[in-house]
Design a protein around this ligand. Structure first.
Ligand code: BDR
Ligand code: CA
Length: 310
């Protein structure tokens, strides 16, 4: 299989950290760079957490820091899930890895403009960097192979009754992206909540016995605890990993094409992804919305990637 070229845009974050592990470790993925954005925690923390993961896993992937705040709304973070550092639960090393001097938005623009249209962008945090890049250089829309993102929900939200975190954290940016004309695959909560990490999954990955397996265990055990406190559940979804996994195993996913818009009115549904599930608008689909996941095969895939680490 020819390698899939991708850029990961993230707000690391526990499940983002596993997404980095997956993207860098899968043999059929060429990870060209990682861009960071304000989201789960502030930009300085999402960037240092990203570097921390790269350093601990000995990855040779350039990291670019991006936007330190949303386009319009005030910053919105999720310390109640990810802790004060954004990656509570791991043993931190003193950082020697450093971010690149270039801004993430310029990296995105330069990389897509120089490409043959064969790079997929995988945003798993608020869409601020992506929207900024599309506004600064609109020609990149035609250069993106597609955007496979984690965010939104056809059903209900997790930050408000209507809105999912990544979209709620920057609804105006999401509006720009969903109206960009780029082919979008949306892994929303309808799908990602099926990828639940239970205590059994933690034990299974930990039992692999390598550093990546231990990191998986430390990382996901922490959010199993915080999710239990906030939502009363005994498992925590590894949301962001699904978007990366889709690139190499689309057969494990059921997606439905739908017209999808973002509510940017400042009412109770601010930040909601309004998905035309019943095709009542007659508008052409602008997103393939993830609805179904082959859960056992998904975990087999994740395990196989973790096993590749030393
Ligand atoms: C999303 O919100 C963040 O907390 C996670 O990293 C994930 O990207 C799930 O709603
Ligand atoms: Ca994330």
């Amino acid at each position: 299989m020819e390698k899939v070229k991708m850029i990961l845009d993230c707000d690391t974050g526990h499940d983002d950290a596993i997404a980095i592990m997956f993207a860098a470790g899968h043999p059929d993925i060429e990870l060209l760079g990682i861009t960071t954005v304000s989201g789960n925690v502030t930009l300085d923390k999402t960037t240092s957490n990203t570097l921390q993961m790269c350093q601990q896993l000995h990855l040779d992937v350039p990291v670019y820091a991006g936007m330190d705040r949303p386009l319009v709304r005030e910053a919105y973070h999720a310390p109640e899930i990810h802790g004060e550092t954004g990656l509570d639960g791991i043993e931190f090393e003193e950082l020697t890895y450093k971010a690149q001097p270039k801004h993430a938005v310029n990296f995105l623009i330069d990389t897509f403009m120089a490409s043959d249209g064969d790079i997929t962008l995988v945003p798993v945090g608020p869409l601020t960097n992506v929207a900024m890049a599309l506004r600064l250089e609109p020609r990149i829309a035609k250069k993106m192979k597609r955007i496979v993102l984690m965010g939104g929900s056809c059903g209900l939200g997790n930050s408000t009754p209507s809105a999912e975190f990544n979209i709620y954290a920057d609804p105006e940016a999401a509006h720009v992206v969903f109206h960009s004309g780029v082919d979008i695959v949306m892994m929303g909560l309808d799908l990602t909540l099926q990828a639940e990490t239970t205590g059994e999954i933690v034990e299974r990955m930990h039992a692999i016995g390598n550093k990546a397996g231990k990191l998986f265990g430390d990382i996901m055990s922490f959010t199993i605890g915080t999710v239990k406190e906030k939502y009363g559940k005994d498992a925590c979804a590894v949301h962001d990993v699904t978007a990366v996994a889709y690139l190499v195993a689309p057969e494990l996913f059921e997606t439905v094409p739908m017209y999808t818009d973002i509510d940017i009115n400042h009412g109770i549904s601010y930040g909601r992804t309004v998905c035309d599930c019943n095709h009542v608008t007659g508008l052409p689909a602008n997103a393939h919305v993830g609805m179904g996941l082959n859960v056992p095969k998904f975990w087999e895939l994740v395990e196989s990637v973790i096993r590749r680490y030393e």
